[in-house]
Design a binder for this molecule. Structure first.
Ligand code: ATP
Length: 235
């Protein structure tokens, strides 16, 4: 692999005394799309939170472009070019669509993503730009959350539960937009409940089980029964 943009080495994560991740090793190459799969409670969100600085780690457990960033705050990590699209979207409820997007731009860098580019990607957001974000449908709110992350012009974007709770037609729209996002050379980690979807959009995947990597491989090359075993932990 060329020099990884992101490298996790022996990443542990705790909530108080409870250990949620055990020694996770993971690498993402520049421009690579990785899927993270695993059952409820496997540690997928914790992994995303650890990378984006919402859960603090030992510095050297998370390296971004070679720099140990594991102990930095979330805002410092965002400024380096990592953006999170969080589970549950977490928009600013009293702000408009456009204000939510603009806030995303304030933590980031200059680059190809701007309000017009986000509105080109999701035209419905332009129509709704003056509405309060919470008045939108779940799918449209997810588009705002993605747009907000893009406005920071990240080099690495983390999608936590990209399609959870959304209507199938909206999921299709979101997935249709993905190549336009990733095609700009960004690397991406995608947490997705739907294994088939996860494998279809990614080059490689990691499966988590009870906080450990139970399987990793090239998407499409690993037999489904191996993935099911790694996912559910059944023999
Ligand atoms: P889901 O699909 O349900 O979101 P997940 O794979 O994202 O699952 P995490 O949310 O990372 O899993 O949770 C991993 C483990 O950590 C679970 O056992 C969960 O109960 C626990 N956990 C998560 N958040 C906290 C918290 N704030 N305090 C204590 N335990 C937590």
């Amino acid at each position: 692999m060329s020099d990884p943009i992101l490298k996790l080495t022996g990443l542990d994560a705790f909530y108080g005394d409870f250990q949620a991740l055990y020694g996770v090793d993971l690498q993402v190459a520049p421009g690579e799309v990785l899927a993270i799969i695993g059952a409820n409670g496997a540690g997928k969100s914790t992994l995303m939170r650890s990378i984006s600085g919402l859960t603090r780690n030992k510095a050297e457990m998370v390296r971004y472009r070679g720099e140990a960033i594991g102990a930095l705050r979330a805002d410092q990590i965002a400024a380096k070019g990592i953006a999170l699209v969080p589970e549950g979207r977490q928009l600013f409820p009293s702000l408009s669509v456009e204000e939510n997007l603009i806030i995303g731009g304030q933590v980031g860098r200059a680059g190809p993503w701007s309000l017009p580019a986000v509105y080109d990607l999701f035209p419905i957001l332009k129509e709704r730009r003056h509405q309060e974000s919470t008045s939108l449908s779940g799918g449209q709110q997810q588009m705002v959350a993605i747009g907000r992350a893009l406005m920071a012009n990240p080099d690495l974007i983390l999608f936590d539960e990209i399609s959870l709770g959304l209507a199938p037609i909206v999921i299709k729209d979101i997935y249709k937009a993905l190549p336009g996002i990733i095609g700009t050379g960004m690397s991406a980690l995608i947490v997705e409940q739907d294994i088939t979807k996860a494998l279809s959009v990614s080059r490689r995947f990691y499966c988590l089980q009870e906080g450990r990597v139970s399987l990793e491989g090239v998407s499409g090359e690993v037999p489904r029964e191996d993935i099911s075993r790694a996912y559910f932990g059944v023999e």
